[in-house]
Design a protein around this ligand. Structure first.
Ligand code: AMP
Length: 173
């Protein structure tokens, strides 16, 4: 499947200079959507995953489908103030300033085997922070999965030691 011809790149969104990788054109295409879910599920099917963790908000879509396919539960990581029960919070650096994400404290039990998912891997900062939360809860991170990887930003540098799987890589902007 040639996802590259299906994904939409929107220049200068949400601000000048960003080439936004818009996965909605994949999601609305039945064959492309099935390809994403089925391919990732095949890679992780024998890894005894019990939780898929998805990152707000586009990581929830394919993440939940993957959890269903793997016979696993789904856990959301969200922006601050969105999760209603007791949370663990992780702050992280952006290019300019800081951001934060949260996870429910009771969402993962120590020793659980976890697969992390987001739509786009860019600098890796968000996923690094997300992995920090899961590790703090005692989760064992089995793999990180993405639809798109912006390889030219060198995200794997921040995520060394993790097994990373992406369906589509961009080596140049
Ligand atoms: P990062 O922390 O730099 O790896 O950024 C990852 C988060 O920002 C993900 O949740 C992505 O959905 C979003 N993101 C970053 N860059 C892009 C991009 N060029 N196109 C679409 N989403 C992006």
């Amino acid at each position: 499947m040639n996802l590259d011809s299906i994904i939409r790149t929107v220049p200068d969104f949400p601000k000048p200079g960003i080439q936004f990788k818009d996965i909605t054109t994949i999601l609305k295409d039945p064959a492309a959507l099935a390809y994403c879910i089925d391919t990732m599920a095949t890679v992780y099917k024998d890894k005894r995953i019990s939780k898929v963790v998805g990152i707000e908000s586009r990581g929830f879509i394919v993440g939940t489908a993957l959890a269903y396919r793997l016979g696993a539960g789904f856990v959301p990581i969200r922006k601050p103030g969105k999760l209603p029960a007791a949370v663990l919070r992780q702050d992280y650096q952006l290019e300019y300033g800081t951001d934060a994400i949260e996870i429910h404290r009771d969402s993962i039990a120590p020793g659980e085997r976890v697969m992390m998912h987001d739509d786009v891997l860019a600098t890796g900062g968000t996923m690094q922070a997300a992995c920090g939360l899961v590790k703090s809860l005692g989760g064992e991170i089995v793999g990180l999965s993405f639809i798109v990887e912006l390889s030219f930003l060198n995200p794997r540098k921040k995520l060394s030691g993790y097994d990373i799987y992406s369906l589509l890589q961009y080596s140049a902007e």
